[in-house]
Write a protein that binds this ligand. Structure first.
Ligand code: IPM
Ligand code: MN
Length: 359
């Protein structure tokens, strides 16, 4: 059993990040007690405060250390006093790229008892997973200015799509869809009618790789139509695969459909390396230190992390505890309206994982 020891790098980050991460770590600790594995955590200070103090975003030495961890748990990056882009590019995107976390996995699942703004839809209708490409597309920062600051200024920002990058993401999605074993339907979300180079590559790769997965139904939607269907008929989706930018946009829509940022978690996955898990909600500066933010998204991120580490039973226990909390306890998922404090929600989760019905 000695091999069930995991080195977890923790980056609590900014704003409410540390508060939610603290509850996620308590859930992890409860799981390690119940299921008999060991988590050793090392905490890193990176984030807005650290940057303002030291001028440092993420030193290369830290990346080498993080590479040796079994997984990374991230709270939130984003600080009101730091110009937008610096922390995002210097920490979050740098980590995704440097660690080659080429898939951003974002489940969109409505838990029982959670309010969705979509009328007449319930947990049986809203349960799909978005596989977002995470290291290419518009996010690579290819482009530049010409004649900057003049009336003739030109700004170019190019979407980079490589056959290798597209293929590994699509292959991951087919494998994931097969393993998920639900409707076995994989929807490519693109824009083949306008982005005729990038999504031509995506579509050809999708069909070529898809031929190796005859058990998985292939489906296609333009991104604008996909937004419409996600609201109108979310039950049509099982697994969705798409590029970095479209994936960013549709997963915020997905987060709202599943009840809001309080519950939405994601994993930045490198199947051959180290993966990083995060609540996708951001640092929520106005709630910082008030003990009112919902920690369930971070708890769910920890659950995804356990699943990736091979602790499937513990991952299921986390999800069960979260469902129990949403269906029998919380008044709302929104910060300040849960009917419980951040730490009390953590107490409920921990109590449930350990088997006693606390609270
Ligand atoms: C996300 C975020 C990031 C992204 C930002 C903070 C750079 O919106 O994780 O979805 O665009 O990927
Ligand atoms: Mn986003």
């Amino acid at each position: 059993m000695a091999d069930r020891k995991y080195d977890i790098a923790v980056i609590p980050g900014d704003g409410t990040g540390p508060e939610v991460v603290a509850q996620a770590l308590r859930a992890l600790d409860a799981c390690s007690k119940r299921f008999g594995f060991i988590c050793e955590t090392v905490t890193y200070p990176f984030g807005g405060d650290h940057y303002l103090k030291t001028g440092e975003t993420l030193p290369d030495g830290a990346i080498d250390e993080l590479r040796r961890a079994d997984a990374i748990l991230l709270g939130a990056i984003g600080h009101p006093d730091v110009k937008p882009g610096i922390l995002e590019q210097g920490i979050l995107l740098k980590l995704r790229f440097a660690l080659d976390q080429y898939v951003n996995l974002r489940p969109v699942k409505l838990y029982p008892g959670v309010y969705t703004p979509i009328k007449d839809k319930g947990p049986e209708d809203i349960d799909f997973v978005v596989v977002r490409e995470n290291t290419e597309g518009l996010y690579v920062g290819a482009g530049g200015f010409l004649r900057k600051g003049t009336p003739d200024e030109v700004a170019i920002q190019e979407s980079i799509n490589t056959r290798k990058g597209v293929e590994r993401c699509i292959r991951f999605a087919f494998e994931y869809c097969r393993r998920r074993n639900r409707r076995k339907k994989l929807t490519l979300v693109g824009k083949t009618n306008v982005l005729t180079y990038a999504f031509d590559l995506w579509e050809r790769t999708f069909n070529e790789v898809g031929a190796e997965y005859p058990d998985v139904e292939r489906d296609y939607a333009h991104v604008d139509a996909a937004c419409m269907w996600m609201v109108k008929n979310p039950e049509w989706f099982d697994v969705v695969v798409t590029d970095n930018m479209f994936g960013d946009i549709i997963t915020d829509l997905g987060a709202m459909v599943q009840g809001g940022m309080g519950i939405a978690a994601g994993g930045n996955i490198n199947p051959e390396g180290v993966s990083m898990f995060e609540p996708i909600g951001g640092s929520a500066p106005k709630y910082t230190g008030k003990n009112v933010i919902n920690p369930l998204a971070a708890v769910c991120a920890a659950g995804m992390m356990l699943d990736t580490l091979g602790e499937a039973e513990a991952a299921r226990a986390v999800e069960e505890a979260v469902q129990w909390v949403t269906s029998t306890k919380l008044e709302s998922l929104a910060a300040g309206r849960m009917g419980y404090t951040t730490t009390e929600v953590g107490d409920l989760v921990v109590g449930r994982i350990l088997g006693g019905e606390s609270g």
